[in-house]
Each structure stands twice: as C-alpha cells, then as structure tokens.
Design a protein around this ligand. Structure first.
Ligand SMILES: Nc1ncnc2c1ncn2[C@@H]1O[C@H](COP(=O)(O)OP(=O)(O)OP(=O)(O)O)[C@@H](O)[C@H]1O
Ligand SMILES: O=P(O)(O)OC[C@H]1O[C@H](OP(=O)(O)OP(=O)(O)O)[C@H](O)[C@@H]1O
Ligand SMILES: [Mg+2]
Length: 284
C-alpha cells in the first residue's frame, strides 16, 4: 500500500496541539524542538511534512499531499480545492470585525472604508457575497495596530479571548464571520487516498477518548432503569450481576464535562462505589 502523506503545521497555534493529537493516535512526531521538515513513520506507513499552516490546504488541494491539519479559516482563505474531513476540537477561534467605537455598527457601514486583515481571500469573498464595497488592506499580522496607525478603519481578524482587541481600543462589529477550529482536510474531489480511513478512525478515537470518561458504579437492580437514563452511554450501558443479591454493576461512557453532575445524581438514587476512569484509546 502507498505511504499516506500527511501535512502538519510546523509552527504557530496549531503546531503543538496537532503533534500531541497525532502522538495520542499512535504516530511518530518530532521531538521537542525538533526541526525536521519531513518525518517518516514506516511502522504506520505514513510520512509527515511540516509546513506553514497557511500553505497546507494548497498542498493538499493540489493533490501533492494526501491529507493535512490546518485551521478552517486558513482553508477558506486559501480557496484551494480542499475539503474538511473532520473537525479536531482544538485551536478554536472566531473570525470577526472590530473597529474603534463609533466607526461602524453594521456591515452596511463598511462601504468606502478600509478593512485590514491577514485573511484577504476569506474577507474578499465575504464582502463580495454581501455586496459591500470596502478596500481590503492585506497585512501579515498584528492587524489590530493598523487602526491606531491610521492604515485602516476596521479590522477582520482571529479572536480567541478578545484581549488583543481590547488592548488596541477596538470593539467587535457585526456578526461573527466564521467559527474556526483545527480540521483534517483532503482534496475536494476524487477518492480519498488509501490509509485515510485508518487515520480518521484513529483521530476519532482520540476525540472520543478526550471527550468521554468511563463510569462504573453499583446500584440496586430495581433502580437500574433510572440509572441508565442518567448514563445512557453511546449505545447502552453494560449491566452485570453482582455477587450481592439484588445489586448490579453498571459501566457506561459519560461526557467528561458532565461526570461530576452525573455522579451526584447517581448517588442521590442510591448508586455506590462510583468510579471514573480515563479512556486511553478507543475505536467506536
Ligand atoms: N489566539 C490565536 N491566535 C492566532 N490564531 C489562533 C488563535 N487561536 C486559534 N488560532 C487558529 O490558529 C490558526 C492560525 O495559525 P497560524 O500558525 O497561522 O497563526 P499564529 O498561531 O498566529 O502563528 P504566527 O502568527 O506566529 O505565525 C488559525 O486557524 C486560527 O484560527
Ligand atoms: O483574542 P486573543 O486571545 O487576544 O487572540 C487573538 C490574537 O492572537 C493572534 O495574534 P498573534 O499573537 O498570533 O499575532 P499575529 O497577529 O501577528 O499573528 C490573532 O491574530 C489575534 O491578534
Ligand atoms: Mg498569529
């Protein structure tokens, strides 16, 4: 079988969490501080190419590489013929307009104004689709400063916590342009390369292992229906008899962020010996 060629971010916000996710999925990755441009993982029949996140959709869209990890915003900005296979749950952000108070209240006020961004591909089509005639000023980064320096009236940029905006004296304008996160991408058309399905299964396994915990508890048999409603699991909880008459042991996957609430509610209906454990890996 051909080696699957995977593009991964070499620096920036996406690089470390992408490497961590691939490591959790059982792949070889660069060591801390490693600067390899290409890394072979013959055991898994894959090869990693470390590239600028902005370029990844271009390589994948052209078919030079089979799949890649990038941001949804970067994928759309590139206009490359690539499509999303799987959202990966990290590097979450929104893409938003911001300006000094009083500059603009809504999109319609942008006509004739200058909008600075490092995502010109995305912004051009967004404004064009809505019939807004604004001048797009393309910058490489630190876009928030453009207003202060008089280069633009409005900015369109990645917002995570909003700290950078506030520090620059800007406030959000209009609706979010886009909600972004890291995504696995492949070529827009054509069959997916051999090996893609296995990579997908592994990454989905990591997502589930991160999002869920395993919960075990004992409960009186007559309350097991009630308990199952609290812990329905992905399909159905496993119920096994206990040596102690009238009691059963229940095992079920529970969303990690609900585990404490579910434990409290189970306790209330008489469950005991409630244990929560991490899931290391899984195939669902
Ligand atoms: N606080 C953040 N700043 C920038 N990008 C972020 C942030 N949070 C998430 N992201 C996402 O990371 C991707 C941008 O990664 P990229 O490496 O291009 O920029 P960066 O992390 O700002 O690095 P640099 O500007 O140093 O090159 C986008 O998909 C963006 O939505
Ligand atoms: O909402 P916040 O949590 O403040 O994060 C968003 C900021 O972080 C990024 O900047 P970065 O530090 O990557 O610099 P850059 O603009 O030069 O890319 C992004 O471009 C925003 O400026
Ligand atoms: Mg940046």
């Amino acid at each position: 079988m051909n080696t699957l060629r995977i593009a991964v971010p070499n620096k920036g916000s996406l690089a470390e969490p992408a490497a961590e996710m691939l490591r959790e999925a059982g792949y070889r990755q660069r060591q801390d501080g490693g600067r390899e441009l290409v890394l072979s993982d013959p055991e898994n029949n894959v090869e990693f190419f470390f590239l600028r996140p902005r370029d990844i959709a271009v390589y994948v869209g052209s078919g030079t590489l089979d799949v890649g990890i990038t941001g949804r915003d970067l994928l759309l900005d590139s206009h490359a013929p690539a499509r999303e296979l799987l959202p990966l749950g990290f590097a979450g952000s929104t893409f938003r307009f911001a300006a000094r108070p009083g500059t603009a209240d809504q999109l319609a006020d942008f006509n004739g104004k200058r909008v600075a961004t490092s995502y010109a591909g995305l912004l051009d089509s967004y404004l064009r689709d809505r019939g807004i005639d604004a001048e797009v000023i393309k910058l490489d980064g630190a876009v928030e400063t453009a207003v202060q320096l008089g280069v633009a009236d409005i900015i369109a940029d990645v917002v995570e916590t909003g700290t950078t905006l506030r520090q620059a004296g800007l406030e959000l304008v209009g609706e979010p342009i886009l909600k972004s996160e890291a995504v696995l991408v492949t070529r827009a058309d054509g069959d997916s390369a051999p090996g893609t399905e296995q990579l997908l299964r592994r990454l989905k396994g990591v997502l589930v292992a991160r999002r869920y915990v395993m919960m075990d508890y004992d409960i009186r048999a007559e309350r097991v229906e009630e308990a199952s409603e609290l812990t329905p699991g992905l399909e159905s909880p496993t119920v096994s008899p206990l040596h102690r008459e009238g009691w059963v042991a229940v095992r079920s996957m529970v969303p990690r962020d609900q585990a404490q609430r579910v434990m409290d509610e189970l306790w209330e209906i008489g469950a005991r010996a409630i244990l929560v454990t991490d899931i290391l890996a899984c195939r669902i």
